[in-house]
Design a protein around this ligand. Sequence first.
Ligand code: UGA
Length: 305
Amino acid sequence: MRFVVTGAAGFIGSHLTDALLAQDHDVVAIDCFTDYYDPALKEDNAAAFDVARLDLAADELALDGFDGVFHLAGQPGVRSFGAVFDDYVRRNLVATQRVFESAARSGVRVVFASSSSVYGDAERYPTPEDARASPVSPYGITKLGCEQLASAYAKSFRLEAVVLRYFTVYGPRQRPDMALARVVDALARGASFELYGDGLQSRSFTYVADVVAATIAGMERAPVGALYNVGGGVEATMRDAIATLERVSGRTLDVVEKPTAAGDVRRTAADTGRIERELGWRAQTALADGLQAQWEWASVRVAAP
Ligand code: UGA
């Protein structure tokens, strides 16, 4: 099959591209290497394949002849208030609208990477897909806007879209602004980690290989218009995750307590019943195993000259 992956040099996009290539698919990998974090890290992520540099908010994306687009490009990060909002609008809403236009015109299926942050402080836990979406961060608002664009393009232009709400993905290559990447880095370097809030906020942490499997299943087998939570099986607090990483690394983390970050939710917990029933997918990786893999990956990099 012939696929496009947008955001292919990012954390999840690069793992997805590696997996599609390993399955002998043809992949056109696209990224625009924004400087939200060091683009050299993205070059490393994408070391195994060529990447076309394309700014989806401005450049044309021609999709004729492809079997599907995995649209993972975007402006990530929940802590999104302030002047950065322009980036969220451009890289999420504007870029995604243009991908949907192009996909609808070419009759190509899109799997769109959305976020657990669309739920905000959810009305119930574990949270099923039909719970009210009520994001509390500008980031979550733009992701929900993208989901709604998918529905609008489906209704008026028969866009074939599948929406996946990823829950706090972790593992090797995790974005360096994310909590567990910072914990691992601090442990490897003997530096301190700034913990926002009391550490009892919890997440359905989801291992990246599991997310890749769900994403490919979404392309291959999901019914048109499907919407799924992609969440790890077990909810853990930040304090639990830190304790696990201390055990895995055999080191003690120097934690500096800071106020809760604006836009943060207290809790995420995915109800994954729908994707289990319809696609036969469930998270396979225990937090301790996934964190072991992330620790091994990061500690080797820190030790390298
Ligand atoms: C993550 C991703 O960053 C989003 O891009 C994604 O859309 C979202 O998951 C999702 O589930 O949809 P988040 O859950 O906030 O967002 O993940 P982290 O950045 O790893 O933060 C986890 C917790 O650690 C948060 O409470 C955060 O405030 C805290 N944190 C983060 C710290 O205590 N210290 C830090 O240096 C960074």
